[in-house]
Design a protein around this ligand. Structure first.
Ligand SMILES: O=c1ccn([C@H]2C[C@H](O)[C@@H](COP(=O)(O)OP(=O)(O)OP(=O)(O)O)O2)c(=O)[nH]1
Length: 195
């Protein structure tokens, strides 16, 4: 079952679902989703310095990215073909019996801006800000400004709560993330990590 606005409000009031700060619920809570705003931090790959990303290398992907922080009243210009990591301004807490889907907004889709390359799911138990995989699929540069509504979350209720939710207990690598986080794929067991 997908949560409606009334369901979302009830879960937010109960306190097990958290989206904060939710400064303007009337605008941010949509009929069956919650709009999330763009944060100020962006991570860009330093193309010139990357021979190739090897998921099994000692070299962490984070070493290949550079952070840009834009002022509240400034813009980040996303050029055609660019891929950068952004973040939602809000942090979320997803209860063990919900899964959240990270979606774009139609108004931005019409400008060819997408918010995830793949993997648009926030797991039951996930807590933190959402890293956005931002791309411009179009032909014109688009200015993104901090605080604009960039993404929406929809919520699906699970038949039963997850037995082993996302979180520290299972060593989940993005739990508690603040700001955009580069891939931690080196932590995968198949690449010598323990996750
Ligand atoms: O667009 C998204 C989608 C998900 N997440 C967060 C929430 C999610 O719970 C977590 C992990 O996502 P996923 O399970 O798809 O990634 P993984 O590479 O399999 O990581 P892990 O091994 O920690 O499960 O990342 C984001 O920040 N942005």
């Amino acid at each position: 079952m997908i949560l409606s606005d009334a369901d979302i409000l009830r879960r937010l009031e109960d306190g097990d679902l958290v989206v904060e700060p939710l400064d303007d619920p009337d605008i941010q809570i949509q009929p069956a989703s919650v709009d999330l705003r763009l944060g100020r931090e962006f991570l860009e790959f330093q193309h010139a310095n990357i021979p190739c990303i090897h998921p099994n290398s000692e070299q962490e992907v984070a070493d290949y990215v550079e952070e840009t922080v834009v002022d509240d009243d400034d813009e980040f210009i996303l050029h055609p073909g660019d891929f950068v990591l952004g973040t939602t301004y809000e942090r979320v807490e997803i209860p063990d019996d919900l899964i959240a889907h990270v979606e774009g907004r139609s108004s931005l889709g019409r400008l060819a801006i997408v918010v995830h390359a793949t993997a648009g799911l926030a797991d039951p138990g996930y807590q933190g800000q959402i890293t956005l995989e931002l791309s411009n699929l179009g032909t014109a540069p688009v200015a993104l400004s901090p605080g604009m509504r960039i993404s929406q979350l929809t919520f699906t209720e699970l038949k039963t709560p997850a037995d082993r939710p996302y979180g520290e207990e299972r060593g989940s690598k993005y739990q508690g993330q603040k700001g955009p986080q580069a891939s931690k794929i080196q932590g995968d067991r198949e690449f010598g990590g323990d996750q």
